[in-house]
Write a protein that binds this ligand. Structure first.
Ligand code: FES
Length: 238
């Protein structure tokens, strides 16, 4: 058997037999086969960190739910992506996200262009059963072009990863632990005084209204996170 043949894995996702390359994640294989798994922290072109847990899937023979974006396929795996148990968990995860900070869509700059909002709608979330925490979090508008509103941040770390992995600037990071975690620029400098290159990639990949362009306030504010694979392609071509 050649090396290439032995690197091919066969598995079942939602009763559909699919093949994959060794090392691919369940999410990658599902996407290749047009099987939709909800995600928030995942973004094509960035490394995966398994932060949001929305992509949890069930694997036969394993009592734990595993995040599809960081779980590598195995020969003979039987994966379920949309069971009742998973739907319940996804709903609860979304409710926790909505309850944790101040996500008030009607007064958000990303209303209508927010991945959290869209997922809530897709999962049929009509209300949150958990008490809202209503934290008093700051807004840093010190940057000449952009603003970070920590009330809208879901700590997906896309901004941290795009800044490090694509821009190579390493300006964003996460400070604190658990419920006290916040994204910061440099060593908790104001964004406007940080070493930010002003490229705006972090703003484009932010799934919510946490990072936004000041010039777009009060107007239609779409973001374009799909540009990353093209940047990677161009980089590889050079
Ligand atoms: S997309 Fe997999 S954990 Fe967030």
């Amino acid at each position: 058997m050649s090396q290439v043949e032995s690197d091919v894995k066969t598995l079942v996702i939602d009763e559909q037999e699919v093949s994959a390359q060794a090392g691919q994640t369940i999410l990658e294989v599902a996407l290749e086969n047009e099987i939709k798994i909800p995600t928030l922290c995942h973004l094509e072109g960035l490394s995966d960190v398994g932060a949001c847990r929305l992509c949890l899937v069930e694997i036969k023979g394993n009592s734990k739910l595993l995040p599809a974006c960081v779980t590598v396929v195995q020969e003979g795996m039987e994966v379920s992506t949309n069971s009742e148990r998973l739907q319940k968990h996804r709903r609860t995860i979304l409710e926790l996200l909505f309850a944790e900070r101040n996500h008030i869509c009607s007064v958000c700059v990303s209303n209508g262009h927010c991945e959290l909002q869209t997922l809530g709608q897709e999962q049929g979330l009509t209300h949150v059963r958990l008490p809202y925490r209503n934290p008093e979090l700051g807004v840093d508008a010190s940057h000449e072009r952009f603003t970070v509103d920590h009330n809208r941040c879901i700590l997906c770390t896309r901004c941290v990863r795009v800044c490090a992995e694509i821009e190579g600037a390493h300006v964003w990071d996460v400070m604190g632990r658990g419920i006290n975690s916040v994204v910061i620029t440099d060593l908790h400098e104001e964004w406007g005084k940080s070493t930010c290159t002003r490229c705006g990639k972090c703003v484009q990949v932010c799934p919510t209204g946490a990072l936004f362009d000041k010039s777009k306030i009060g107007s239609d504010h779409p973001k374009y996170p799909d540009f990353l694979p093209y940047l990677n392609l161009m980089r590889e071509a050079q």
